[in-house]
Design a protein around this ligand. Structure first.
Ligand code: MF3
Ligand code: CO
Length: 255
């Protein structure tokens, strides 16, 4: 069942979303050569506490940290541990979720460490663009498949692939609600979008093939071909005026 959110619930999620945006922005500023990814987890927990928000991921199905930090061929669910130190030229994805006043919001972004080559820069730029192309399809009367198909088509058009094993999702009083939001498939698939639906759209775009496996730590999802992958995610509400991104700073996320 897809749970539609009321105006009041959406306002709370908008507040949570702007807090999440602020926290993730602060974390992304610390993605620099020589920084241990464990530092970002500590910083994230401090920032969440300052905003009266709780980590959504810690303890979720036993996940041990408050954020995911995935480097290069790590696609998602990477552990933020001190053994993982950022190097010049790395591509770093940070995924973070919070619970604020009882509601979850979810967001992820990929950034370069220092200077990266043109190939990586293009993957980062295109990945972000593909997220927004997907979001633009989140309009009343469209199907989830319109979002999925746009993401996949644009990835393939640029010579990239999408990960199929992990997908976006509804979000609200739980981190994962219906509907499923795949990053591939036909336009005719999935539920019709209605006002008040809130979904996390999260393309995972790969330079090589989209085939992945779970590493020995039981969590980190990596590309089989060892090629680089990026991950961009926003929490979005479907409104009468089209898609409205909840995970943006204060004023900007009103629509
Ligand atoms: N953005 C991811 C998702 O929506 C985060 C889940 S990570 C976990 O599925 F640690 F919480 F599992
Ligand atoms: Co998500």
């Amino acid at each position: 069942m897809i749970i539609l959110k009321s105006k009041r619930e959406i306002e709370i999620m908008r507040e949570g979303g702007s807090i999440l945006y602020n926290i993730l922005s602060d974390l992304l500023k610390e993605v620099k050569e020589g920084v241990e990814s464990s530092y970002l987890n500590i910083l994230a927990e401090e920032l969440m506490e300052n905003y009266n928000a709780k980590p959504a991921f810690k303890g979720y199905r036993g996940y041990p940290y408050s954020i995911c930090v995935s480097i290069n061929d790590e696609v998602i669910h990477g552990f933020p541990i001190k053994e993982k130190v950022f190097k010049e030229g790395d591509v770093v994805s940070i995924d973070i979720g919070i619970i604020y006043k009882g509601y979850y919001t979810d967001m992820a972004y990929s950034v370069p460490v220092g200077e990266v080559d043109d190939e990586k820069r293009k993957l980062l730029e295109t990945g972000e663009k593909i997220l927004f192309q997907g979001i633009s399809e989140a309009t009343i009367g469209n199907r989830i498949g319109n979002i999925s198909n746009t993401i996949e088509t644009n990835a393939l058009k640029n010579g990239y692939s999408v990960v199929k094993e992990f997908i976006g999702h509804g979000v609200g009083k739980k981190l994962h609600e219906e509907p499923e939001v795949p990053n591939f498939g036909s336009k005719d698939n999935g539920p019709i979008l209605k006002e008040g639906m809130v979904i996390a759209i999260e393309p995972m775009i790969c330079m090589g093939k989209g085939d992945v496996y779970v590493a020995n730590d039981g969590w980190t999802v990596k590309t089989k071909d060892g090629k680089i992958s990026v991950h961009f995610e926003h929490t979005v509400v479907i409104t009468n005026n089209g898609p409205s991104i909840l995970t943006l700073p204060g004023k900007q996320n009103e629509r």
